[in-house]
Design a protein around this ligand. Structure first.
Ligand code: AGP
Length: 612
């Protein structure tokens, strides 16, 4: 959604804020803005477009002297929810007196009634945003104590917010607050920072406090005083970030996405580290903290998530049913939260999320908890709302995923789902022998991924031959069906090609009508019991002029049918989903590169969808 960064300390704030915005730009990049506490009051600078446009504006309008003197500021990069991406709608937004300004991530759901109430009192709004309703409400509540004013205003709003607030009459402090949108406070030497996520803090400090919903914090260069919405003091632990700057740098790659694709042997190795017991043919998952009896009584597993995480869950469904023999279903988180799910204490709900902040997934967990089910998280970001809300689960340890298109999170999620299936299976019907076979294969995943990464140049050539097409189909069966969906999502979101993922058997039930000569059809034709059926589906497409790009297991190419081939290493169909996904990540990356697209920050998208 949006990115927030705040700084209060002894250094010039502007370079810290701009550096932070650049780290957060992947969260949203329609427009950007900054507010500085100066001797003359609060000054704001805002621009449409990427952060670089704001930098140009600051160079033109902020004198060197002012640049040096301002040591407190807040800044924001926006993914528009209310109001078009214009300068007037860019944050920060002022109150009526222009002595208070705020930056906000989230949605104030009752902003219309607040706006109407304030307009009736003579307020003339400058923007179409929900945020301005909040900034003006804070101003209305202000009687010389900005913390109290913020608390009083927040008690009147409904919805999600992560905010940072400055007040010209109290320039030596910053107020931050969160409800449903992430905020992390960083504590340095003679300075404090706040940001929407740790990527913006890692260059300045390792000491952080993850704020929780309902927290309101007063930050000075030397203190963080946290209150609740009743203005009562709250204690929060200081955590070690455990990240270094290289984790959020491009490391010589042209795009974060390519870096993160090539990080996958290591990121999957991190996901598996210490979690495979080869001798016993089992998985060691401390986060799956449940007694054997509790695990044995699990009647059904429900996997909830959105986007790529939903696709990972769909692979997980095959893993839990085929390996563990547990009835499993996958539900889109927004559906689960709004239907009346038939779940009970014998069910296990696993919420899958890279960011750990996706609003629908978070709400789905809360719905599951209301129903008394066991909930677990499968999350990448430590300290995230979902990690805290579930209280137990497994981190995938993929490291920061900066590119909007999720890659290493997907392979990390599927890797851990395979481990979870192995553990649950060994607690049920899976023999040690079969467990050892699967454990050994999972353990080979880094090299299976390397096998595909070595074909990067060849895959780039395949991409060249399809990069002019405006349409594409991805087909798969069994656990490769969700991989087909994921491959289509990757191509859609970074190259803007209209790509459809389909079950291979489904094409003849309608979608095949869309085929025209030369339409690329990417077929996941790995070695499996249904391979001949997949080839049959490919033949049906070929007969209508499609270009067949086949992803095959080494030694099983079908060159008289296929126009292009990408080779997978020999492994079981379930485990093959991961190298296959990597192949499709590279394919979509190169198509997008050849089409000159903004790969890391595709139009209209944001990295973490913290609104419904
Ligand atoms: C994936 O490429 C997309 N950027 C998007 O679908 C993403 O997977 C989805 O928004 C879920 O995010 P989460 O994993 O952080 O919950």
């Amino acid at each position: 959604m949006c990115g927030i960064i705040g700084y209060i300390g002894s250094r010039p704030a502007t370079p810290v804020l701009i550096g932070g915005l650049k780290r957060l730009e992947y969260r949203g990049y329609d427009s950007a803005g900054i507010a500085l506490a100066e001797r003359t009051g609060l000054s704001t600078f805002r621009s449409v477009g990427k952060v670089s446009r704001l930098v140009d504006k600051l160079k033109a309008e902020l004198s060197e002297k002012r640049h040096e003197e301002a040591t407190t500021g807040i800044a924001h990069t926006r993914w528009a929810t209310h109001g078009a991406p214009t300068e007037a709608n860019a944050h920060p937004h002022f109150d009526k007196s222009r002595k208070i300004c705020i930056v906000h991530n989230g949605i104030i759901e009752n902003y219309r009634s607040i706006r109407e109430r304030l307009q009736a009192k003579g307020h003339k709004f400058d923007s179409d945003t929900d945020t301005e309703a909040l900034s003006r409400l804070i101003g209305e509540s202000y009687n010389g104590d900005i913390r109290k004013a913020v608390i009083q205003a927040l008690r009147q709003v409904e919805g999600a917010y992560g905010i940072a607030v400055l007040c010209a009459d109290e320039p030596n402090k910053m107020i931050v607050a969160r409800m449903g949108s992430p905020l992390v406070v960083g504590m340095g030497d003679d300075e404090c920072l706040v940001a929407s996520d740790a990527a913006a803090l890692v260059a300045h400090t390792q000491r952080v406090i993850y704020l929780d919903d309902g927290d309101v914090a007063v930050i000075t260069p030397h203190s963080v005083d946290i209150r609740n919405l009743d203005d009562e003091p709250i204690e929060r632990n200081v955590a070690e970030l455990g990240l270094d700057v290289s984790a959020v740098e491009k490391g010589g790659y042209e795009h974060y996405m390519l870096k993160e694709i090539f990080e996958q042997p290591e990121s999957v190795r991190n996901a598996l580290r210490g979690r495979i017991d080869l001798a016993e043919g089992n998985a060691v998952l401390a986060g799956l903290s449940a007694s054997p009896a509790e695990l044995a009584e699990i009647g059904r597993i429900i996997l909830v998530g959105c986007g790529t995480s939903l696709h990972a869950g769909m692979v997980g469904e095959f893993a839990f049913e085929d390996v563990a023999g547990i009835s499993t279903e996958v539900q889109q988180a927004a559906e689960f939260r709004y239907r009346n799910p038939i779940v009970d204490r014998h069910d296990m709900v696993i919420a899958i999320s890279q960011s750990g902040e996706t609003a629908d997934t978070l709400a789905a967990i809360r719905k599951a908890k209301e129903k008394g089910t066991k909930v677990f998280g499968l999350v990448n970001v430590v300290g995230s709302a979902i990690a805290r809300e579930t209280g137990r689960g497994v981190f995938i340890h993929a490291g920061p995923e900066i590119s909007v298109a999720s890659t290493k999170a997907f392979t990390g999620q599927v890797s851990v789902l395979l481990l979870m299936a192995l553990k649950l299976g060994r607690g049920r019907r899976l023999s040690q022998e079969h467990g050892m076979e699967l454990a050994a294969e999972i353990n080979r995943l880094p090299e299976l991924i390397e096998f595909v990464l070595k074909q990067n140049d060849a895959i780039a050539k395949v991409a060249e031959r399809m990069s002019k097409s405006e349409h594409a189909f991805f087909l798969g069966r069994g656990p490769m069906h969700p991989v087909a969906l994921e491959g289509a999502l990757k191509l859609k979101e970074i190259s803007y090609v209209h790509a459809e993922g389909y079950h291979a058997a489904e094409m003849k039930h309608g979608p095949i009508a869309l085929l025209t000569p030369g339409t690329p059809v990417i077929v996941l034709a790995n070695h499996s019991p249904v391979l001949e059926k997949v080839w049959g589906n490919a033949e049906e497409c070929k007969a209508r002029g499609a270009r067949i790009i086949a992803v095959v297991t080494e030694g099983h190419a079908h060159t008289d049918l296929t126009d292009d081939t990408i080779i997978l290493p020999k492994c079981s169909p379930l485990v093959a989903t991961i190298p296959a996904a990597v192949a499709l990540q590279l394919l979509s990356y190169h198509v997008a590169r050849l089409r000159g697209c903004s790969i890391d920050q595709p139009r209209n998208l944001a990295k973490s969808v913290t609104v419904e």
